[in-house]
Design a protein around this ligand. Sequence first.
Ligand SMILES: Cc1ncc(COP(=O)(O)O)c(C=O)c1O
Length: 400
Amino acid sequence: MSDLFSKFDELIETREQLLSTGLTDPFNLVMEKVESPTVAICNGKRTILLGTYNYMGMTFDPDVIAAGKQALDDFGSGTTGSRVLNGTYSGHRACEEALKDFYAMDHAMVFSTGYQANLGIISTIAGKDDYIVLDIDSHASIYDGCALGNAQIVPFRHNDIEALEKRLKRIPEGAGKLVILEGVYSMLGDIAPLREMVAVSKANGAMVLVDEAHSMGFIGEHGRGVAEAQGIIDDVDFIIGTFSKSVGTVGGFCVSNHPKFEILRLVCRPYVFTASLPPSVVATAATSIRKLANSADKRAHLWENSKRLHAGLRQLGFTLGTDEPQSAIIAVIMPDLETGAAMWEALLNEGLYVNLARPPATPANMTLLRCSLCALHTEDQVGEILGMFAAAGRATGCID
Ligand SMILES: Cc1ncc(COP(=O)(O)O)c(C=O)c1O
């Protein structure tokens, strides 16, 4: 009998080698207690959270929590059904209304996760005779959506407008074309030149889908994302987003002005063939989304945090993913996995949690310590974080 697990042998060996040094497993940490969006207890110790996607700090918002509790009381713990059967409650509709208002768009469709939103929308609108032109650094859920629909995949170099244009011009006349971009790329925290890329896509007859998972709530005047900040949101055909980041719960969505959009509810398999979100989740999401629309002060504070951390880390001598802070994500580039893991552990021992990211999730085989800021990090906490980076960086030899 052949062992179907033999394909994992190399990964098992790398992992065993890393852990044989006595290192804490960076991919197996337990949050024993979560005190707030910015502080948890890990290994019995107070730990500042700098590796969550809780950008706007909504997880402990009193209105959000109250809405979830009320929905649990009124509607029970789950729907036990698909959106197209018994799984659409008034809360699911209210959540879609909140999204339509938030984005000022005609249609909104809520999925059980952001992963499923990409899987569903992409695989349903682009089939085997269609072409998908996408940034090579696209999220796994985007690639999986392309694979599920069997579309022809044409990747182009990260954020390269000319490469996008060249690929578009090579697609056979008359074929269906979908360009997929992200507002913020989550590994390095850099943003896309959406204005130029959307213009090139439209000039070449393509529809455009933008995944704004890491920009919703924070970037743009109303928090609609990079497409809003760059003034081209009305030219985007589909915006994909998630509730697992700024919204502070779980779920995914697509918003659009396409006049035939509603037909997707009947033909999109990852929407039809799965249970809908629990009533408490859609209630927390809807409440959070409505509050995010009016959170300009929090957005401004988050920008301040991002600038302060970026400047401070640079001054300490770390190499960062972007020259300027472009989002709430600041990536610290490590020379290799061993040093990255050692630095990650040293930070944890100091009382700071960041994400350790490694290939294949990262571009160009990089090992990264990804820091994601929250609007509720105080100025003092950012100061504390910088102190911890200084101490851990010196202890591991990452900086002088
Ligand atoms: C760009 C992007 N799209 C989609 C997703 C999936 O979101 P969810 O966590 O809701 O499945 C993620 C999650 O990390 C993401 O980074």
